[in-house]
Each structure stands twice: as structure tokens, then as C-alpha cells.
Design a protein around this ligand. Structure first.
Ligand code: EPU
Length: 318
């Protein structure tokens, strides 16, 4: 996920608002509650929540924002990200309908999709076309763009192995098509997080929709061991080399641990859940407790897989 974080931050002002609002394909919602846009369901408002509906709108908006010095970032499906209770005093960019379209091609085995499409809609589109490879993604929430930025995956596969080309706006504001080999994909990470991801072409394998559906069902059954249909950001921590964060948190006896409205799932200890009354601060405190306990017990510093915007590495808001 791209985050401008300039050294000096200008406040968004009325002139910038008018300039942005004048771009075709840009819509601005002031003081938009970010809790509505993240699966964890917490966090304060964004100064401006800006929806982009085309590549051209995205490029023009980024051009303006870059020269303004205002802080801005792109939000995907909000399934791996949430914001502090103070919100985000800048511009949140969000991909609208025009950047969610899916097509077959350019090659026979290719699907090309807008980065704002959900991963599950891309998987189902590919299935209907008899193209396999995305089944590992069954049950993973979020958008294709978010999945590419964080190299979403499970032990059964990850998105990086499927990507042929990605259209982005780079950190300098230029439209660039990145090819396989340029993504620096690693465990839950990729160089694409520095770009605004617009569209991607995935190279898949022909198979029958029935066989694909069977693998989707298997992946969903595995997911059934995890909390679903609840307010959560999924796995909170990355797995440290050779171990599983869920196993470690379970082993130190933290299942069911609660701070305010936030608690650790009894089903899978790497999931923090919001019972509907949690604040962002509750979740951050629980994150600290887990880290400290696992550090004391195993000598391992768990790294966050989720992104908490507005919180620095010492758990202080900024
Ligand atoms: N475990 C426990 N207690 C728990 C949870 C897990 O002892 O409360 C043990 C399990 O028994 C197993 C090991 O920990 O031996 C690993 O657990 P699991 O098979 O559930 O996989 P995971 O490593 O915890 C990873 C991904 C998940 C993905 C599953 C699919 C990471 C951090 N997590 O979980 O991704 O759904 O594999 O198998 O890579 C996510 O990214 O949001 C996410 C949930």
C-alpha cells in the first residue's frame, strides 16, 4: 500500500479540494469515517476520502497531491489495515468501479483485472472462464491491489506466482507497466507497495470449472477453522521463520484475552476480533500484550502483518 508520508505535511485546503473535485472521475467525501471501510471496524475519519474511477483520474489526482505536500495513501479492501482513533489527517484514495473491471486476455490463459476488484470476484471470474490458479485465495478478503501489495497467500500458493504484468502509477507519478521479475515478491511483501496499483494481468492454467470449484471448497473448509463473518483484519502477525504466530500466541495462553471490545479468537490465536465496541486503542494495546508475552516466552519479536496507520513501531500514535 502506498503512503506518501512527506517530510513536511501541508494541510489539505480549499484550493486543493476544488482542483481535485474538478478532475473527471474523482469524488470526494470529507470527514469520512474510516471504520466503515476496514473489516476491523475501528478508526477515526479521513480528512478527505477520494474515490478514483479511471487511470486518468488516478494519475491527475496523484500529480496534484504530490505537488501539494499533503499526506495521502491508498486504501484497498481494508481487510489488512485499520487506522488509529484520531483518524487520518490527509487524503485517502480509494479505487472506484472503473478500476474494478475484469476481462479475459490479452493471452488465452490471461485474466486482466482492475486493482479495486475483490480477490474473490477475480477468482470466480477465472473459474467461470475455466482458468485455475487462484483457488488458494478462496476466503481471503480484500482487493487484488491489496493482495499484490502484500503478496497475499497461504501455504497452498501466493499471488506472486501468477502475475505477468501490473499497471501502476509509480512514486514519481508516472504510469508504468511492471513486468514479471520486477516485483521483488517475498513473504507478505512486494515492491508494488510503493506504487498505486491500477490493473494486473494474471497468467492462469486451463481446467474445468468443476475441478476449480472443488479446490475452492477445500480451501474454504480450511478457512472454516478461522473466525469468519466477524470484525477482524485476519492474521495479525506474520509467521516467524519456522514457526506459526498462532501456535505461539496460543502456547502463551492468550486465547480469549480481552482489552475493552477487542479480544483474541478462541478458534485461531493469530486473529484479533472486535466485538463491535472496540476502539483502535484497545486493539493496539492487545497487540502490545501479545508481542511482549511472546517475546518473554519465546524470545521472538512478532512482526505485524496488518498495517495500523498512525501508529509507529513503539505503539505511539503520530
Ligand atoms: N495453531 C495453534 N493454535 C492456534 C492457531 C494455530 O496451535 O490458535 C497452530 C496450528 O495447529 C498449526 C500452526 O499453528 O500447527 C499453523 O496454523 P494454521 O495452519 O492455521 O496456519 P497459519 O500459519 O496460522 C497461514 C496464514 C493464514 C492462512 C492460513 C491458511 C500467515 C500469517 N497466516 O496461517 O493467513 O489463512 O495459513 O492455511 O501466513 C491472513 O493472512 O490473514 C491469514 C489468516
Amino acid at each position: 500500500m502506498i503512503d506518501s508520508t512527506p517530510m513536511t505535511q501541508a494541510a489539505p485546503d480549499a484550493t486543493l479540494f476544488d482542483q481535485l473535485a474538478a478532475i473527471k472521475g474523482v469524488e470526494i467525501a470529507p470527514d469520512e469515517p474510516l471504520a466503515r471501510h476496514v473489516t476491523m471496524g475501528v478508526g477515526g475519519p479521513a480528512r478527505w476520502f477520494v474515490t478514483l474511477d479511471s487511470v486518468e483520474a488516478a494519475q491527475a489526482a496523484i500529480g496534484l497531491l504530490r505537488s501539494s505536500g499533503v499526506r495521502w495513501m491508498v486504501l484497498g479492501g481494508g481487510s489488512n489495515t485499520f487506522f488509529v482513533d484520531a483518524g487520518f489527517d490527509g487524503v485517502i484514495l480509494f479505487l472506484g468501479r472503473g478500476l474494478r473491471a475484469m476481462t479475459l486476455g490479452p493471452g488465452e490463459r490471461h485474466v486482466t483485472a482492475g486493482a479495486g476488484a475483490t480477490l474473490s470476484s477475480v477468482m470466480n471470474f477465472a473459474k467461470r472462464a475455466g482458468l485455475a490458479g487462484l483457488e488458494f485465495a478462496a476466503g481471503i478478503p480484500g482487493t487484488l491491489g491489496g493482495a499484490l501489495a502484500g503478496n497475499a497467500g497461504t501455504p497452498k500458493g501466493d499471488i506472486c506466482s501468477l502475475v505477468d504484468a501490473v499497471e501502476v502509477i509509480d512514486a514519481q507519478g508516472h504510469f508504468v507497466v511492471r513486468q514479471r521479475g520486477e516485483f521483488e515478491f517475498a513473504y507478505r511483501s512486494s515492491a508494488l507497495r510503493h506504487d498505486l496499483i491500477l490493473r494486473a494481468t494474471l497468467a492462469l492454467c486451463p481446467d474445468s470449472p468443476e475441478a476449480i470449484q472443488e479446490r475452492i471448497t477445500q480451501a474454504l473448509t480450511k478457512r472454516g477453522e478461522q473466525p469468519i463473518g466477524v470484525r477482524t483484519s485476519g492474521c495479525t502477525f506474520k509467521n516467524p521463520p519456522g514457526d506459526a504466530a498462532g501456535r505461539m500466541i496460543d502456547a502463551v495462553g492468550l486465547k480469549g484475552e480481552r482489552v475493552g471490545g477487542a479480544w483474541i479468537s478462541e478458534r485461531h490465536a493469530n486473529f484479533i476480533l472486535n466485538d463491535g465496541s472496540a476502539s483502535s486503542a484497545d486493539i493496539c494495546e492487545l497487540v502490545s500484550i501479545v508481542r511482549q508475552r511472546v517475546l518473554d516466552h519465546f524470545g521472538v519479536n512478532l512482526e505485524l502483518e496488518i498495517k495500523i496507520v498512525g501508529l509507529d513501531s513503539d505503539n505511539k500514535t503520530h
